[in-house]
Design a protein around this ligand. Structure first.
Ligand code: HEC
Ligand code: HEC
Length: 429
């Protein structure tokens, strides 16, 4: 099923490209051979005139744009400034949130996610039915891009940072296009999308977003599957005894139970695991005082119920829910959870197993000395928070994992970093 999403996502991007530029695109013809035509193929919006770009052309152009700081209001920030290729397209530093805006001084409100392995994230749906197993089970809110799932594709997503005041801070699409027209690669842009592409600002902006999206679907950059764990799944290498112990604890429903959300096993269709089920879940992470927006005691980031997302603002049962991120390349990060409140894997692990046994370690106290557990939520949201293992404990209980077991799980998590070279050269897969 997951690979179907991949086909669907790539097909959707290419089909969109075709609708925009030419309905006879050879790329789409190839994609159409494997799937049915999209529902909107005969929609009222007619194909636009223009050139048919190939995937290779759009990837090359999207790559150039991704690394181009001149596309930002400050002239100093590209997508890669926050999504660093050396950190699996996640943040290059340990700041909880990155700075941006016209003067590069405006702080964001959320940690930068890795852009790797997003290729088969399903579009957001409130009631997700997984076709891997029992179709009748409603897994609840699932999918979409960003921590709250509000963007449906990398294409929709790219418009957010280009225009957000605390990121690349362009006033509107026209400002982005004006910058593209001055870029040294303007010739490449026209060669890709046609000489007349700049005649229509909206069409040019769509083209720019599409190039960024297609680049983010390039396998070698975004889903290489070259970690030690992938080599292990391909039986090209073995894990150390400590890594194997960590994997077992990660999977064990009575210990870490991590794999119940961060899927770790090969799927029935043979697809390799992404270490997320894309579900939106409330974990109840502590409020992060380092985020400037949090200086206002009335400001809360509730994820699925707002404020970034507005379609569920009247659904208190969705407050506190954030998307389960992939754990692939997690060891390359220095900031964790949607608000970047933790900075080491050790802290994250201790939070998971001691949130309920030792809440005083994680949350502040009220005036009367009681602990303000889940201090980044309102009391009416507390029942949204997940209470399954390792969160099934009370103060005084033994944590689900002890110190040695935490070290084992971290050793396992380090096998999820791409770029592993097996010692003895195995046959290719
Ligand atoms: C100032 C830092 C910053 C810059 C610059 C930036 N991003 Fe992001 N990006 C973020 C943050 C923060 C999020 C999470 C936003 C949220 O959850 O609301 C994010 C989320 C994303 C996502 C969704 C990932 C997911 O896991 O769902 C994609 C895709 C993305 N960015 C692509 C881009 C592209 C393409 C550019 C350049 C046009 C870009 N970003 C520029 C900070 C940045
Ligand atoms: C009930 C589902 C669930 C379980 C079980 C679970 N996680 Fe998570 N995990 C999440 C969600 C949701 C987030 C994001 C929460 C947020 O930011 O508010 C997350 C975030 C993380 C992060 C931070 C990732 C990042 O990019 O910032 C790490 C690391 C992590 N989990 C590891 C684990 C480990 C290890 C276990 C087992 C001990 C585990 N998780 C168990 C759902 C789960």
């Amino acid at each position: 099923m997951k690979s179907l999403y991949l086909v669907a996502a790539v097909t959707a991007a290419l089909a969109l490209a075709a609708l925009y530029f030419d309905s006879q695109s050879p790329v789409v013809a190839a994609a159409a051979a494997t799937t049915e035509a999209p529902a909107y193929a005969n929609a009222a919006y007619a194909p636009q005139p223009g050139r048919r770009p190939s995937v290779q052309e759009m990837t090359a152009l999207g790559r150039t744009m991704f690394f181009d700081p001149s596309l930002s209001g400050s002239g100093k920030q590209s997508c890669a400034t926050c999504h660093s290729p050396d950190h699996a397209f996640g943040p290059p530093n340990d700041l909880s949130v990155q700075l941006g805006g016209k003067d590069m001084k405006i702080a964001g409100t959320r940690a930068v996610p890795s852009l790797r392995y997003g290729q088969n994230v399903p579009p957001f749906s409130e009631h997700f039915h997984d076709d891997d197993g029992d179709d009748s089970i409603d897994a609840g809110p699932t999918g979409g891009r960003t921590w709250d799932g509000r963007a449906d594709s990398a294409h929709d997503q790219a418009r957010i940072p280009l225009l957000s005041v605390h990121e690349m801070a362009n006033k509107d699409a026209a400002e982005v296009i004006a910058k593209l027209k001055r870029a040294p690669y303007v010739g490449q842009f026209k060669a890709t999308f046609g000489e007349t592409i700049f005649d229509d600002t909206d069409r040019a902006f769509q083209a720019a977003l599409m190039a960024l999206e297609v680049f983010q679907e390039s396998p070698a950059d975004f889903y290489p599957y070259t970690s030690k764990y992938d080599a292990y799944l391909r039986k090209q290498t073995t894990l150390s005894t400590q890594e194997l112990r960590g994997l077992e604890l990660f999977n064990d429903p009575t210990k870490g139970n991590c794999a119940s959300c961060h899927l770790s096993e090969i799927l029935p269709n043979g697809a390799f695991p992404q270490f997320t089920d894309n579900g939106l879940i409330a974990v109840g992470v502590p409020r992060n005082k380092k985020i400037p927006a949090n200086a206002d005691p009335r400001y809360y980031d509730f994820g699925l119920c707002g404020p970034e997302r507005t379609d569920f603002k009247d659904r208190p049962e969705y407050c506190g829910l954030f998307k389960t991120p992939t754990l692939r390349n997690i060891a390359l990060r220095q900031t964790f959870f949607h608000n970047g409140v933790f900075h080491t894997l050790q802290e994250v692990m201790e939070f998971y197993v001691q949130r309920d046994t030792n809440p005083e370690k994680w949350y502040p106290r009220n005036r009367d000395g009681s602990i303000r557990k889940f201090d980044d939520l309102l009391p009416e949201h507390f029942s949204n928070v997940n209470m399954e293992p390792p969160f099934d404990r009370r103060p005084g209980d033994k944590p689900a994992l002890d110190d040695a077991e935490i070290k084992d799980v971290i050793a396992f998590l380090k096998t999820l970093t791409d770029g592993y070279k097996p010692e003895s050269k195995p046959e290719s897969k």
